[in-house]
Design a protein around this ligand. Structure first.
Ligand code: SAM
Length: 288
């Protein structure tokens, strides 16, 4: 998936941001982020965690974030500006399309508040210095990157010796919503086969070995499962990969897909269960 796919998805992202943030909150807690002087959020999307970090961070801690989608960078910037201008003025999600489109990416408020967000690819971040950060977080990003080794090399480079990395990668076989959507897509004749196969990182052993390979030490890794707040058929949960397929399909196929999806949502609710997503989370240190 290239950055255009994510640009298009940025509008839906505002609505579903609560779920991935659950992984991030656990990760930040495990990393003890309140002790850090400089934090990097790599692949930050709409920056849903940034207001929380600013409120809880150590005095003078600097938060830097990047995403390769310019629309996501605008969304994160607009949210932060709204927060900095008026922290008590309602939900950040009530931000308008115009506020996002016209956002001032160079507002002096960002520097004053030690916040920076820029367009950048996690595989190559020449904008950032060697040994700059105490914490590097990347939630639900590394599995999407073309060359994961380059991403990890960059993470290692920008971290200070003794600095900590925290990453979250979804377990493909543990994503019930994704597998249900896939089933409905196949039944509606939109796709033939499972489009998103498990990557080479699907188990604890895979991810731990990957981190060791890149020089990290003191690895702690856990599986975590979270619910989606999905109680009705909801367009926001059609993930970007599926959205592209639906946009090109015939009306009959789209209708058939939605009717299948609707009954799957209802079946789940009849069991009094939510849809869930599972991920592998990991924290580790760059050696001193
Ligand atoms: C599933 S979202 C996760 C975003 C965010 N970390 C969160 O927890 O909500 C994936 C994000 O990674 C970004 N992304 C994907 N590949 C990237 C890359 N190579 N460099 C930077 N950002 C990337 C996408 O634009 C998207 O915003």
């Amino acid at each position: 998936m290239n950055h255009h796919t994510w640009d298009a998805y940025s509008k839906s992202y505002l609505n579903i941001q609560k779920n991935p943030a659950t992984f991030q909150l656990t990760l930040m807690n495990m990393l003890r982020f309140e002790q850090a002087d400089e934090i990097l959020d790599a692949g930050c999307a709409g920056g849903q965690l940034h207001q929380y970090i600013l409120q809880q961070r150590k005095k003078n801690c600097k938060l830097t974030a990047c995403d390769f989608s310019m629309e996501m960078v605008k969304l994160a910037s607009a949210r932060m500006l709204k927060f900095l201008n008026n922290p008590l003025d309602g939900a950040i999600s009530e931000i308008s399309a115009q506020e996002i489109e016209n956002v001032d990416l160079n507002s002096p408020l960002f520097e004053q508040n030690k916040y920076k967000v820029f367009q950048g690819d996690v595989q190559s971040l020449p904008q950032l210095n060697d040994n700059q950060f105490d914490i590097y977080i990347s939630n639900m990003v590394i599995h999407l990157v073309e060359n994961k080794d380059l991403a990890l090399q960059e993470a290692f480079r920008v971290l200070k010796p003794g600095g900590k990395i925290g990453i979250v990668i979804p377990v493909v076989s543990g994503n019930l919503l994704m597998s249900t959507l896939t089933k409905c897509f196949i039944q509606a004749g939109l796709i033939k086969d499972m489009p998103f196969k498990p990557t080479d990182i699907e188990t604890r052993e895979d991810i731990i070995n990957f981190l060791y390979k890149h020089g990290f030490k003191e690895i702690v890794c856990w599986n975590q499962t979270i619910p989606f707040d999905l109680f009705d058929i909801d367009d926001n949960y059609i993930f970007p990969q599926f959205r592209e397929i639906l946009d090109k399909a015939s009306k009959e196929q789209v209708d058939q897909f939605y009717s299948l999806y609707k009954s799957e949502v209802q079946n789940r609710l009849n069991l009094n269960l939510p849809f869930t997503v599972e991920a592998l989370s990991l924290i580790a240190k760059k050696p001193l």
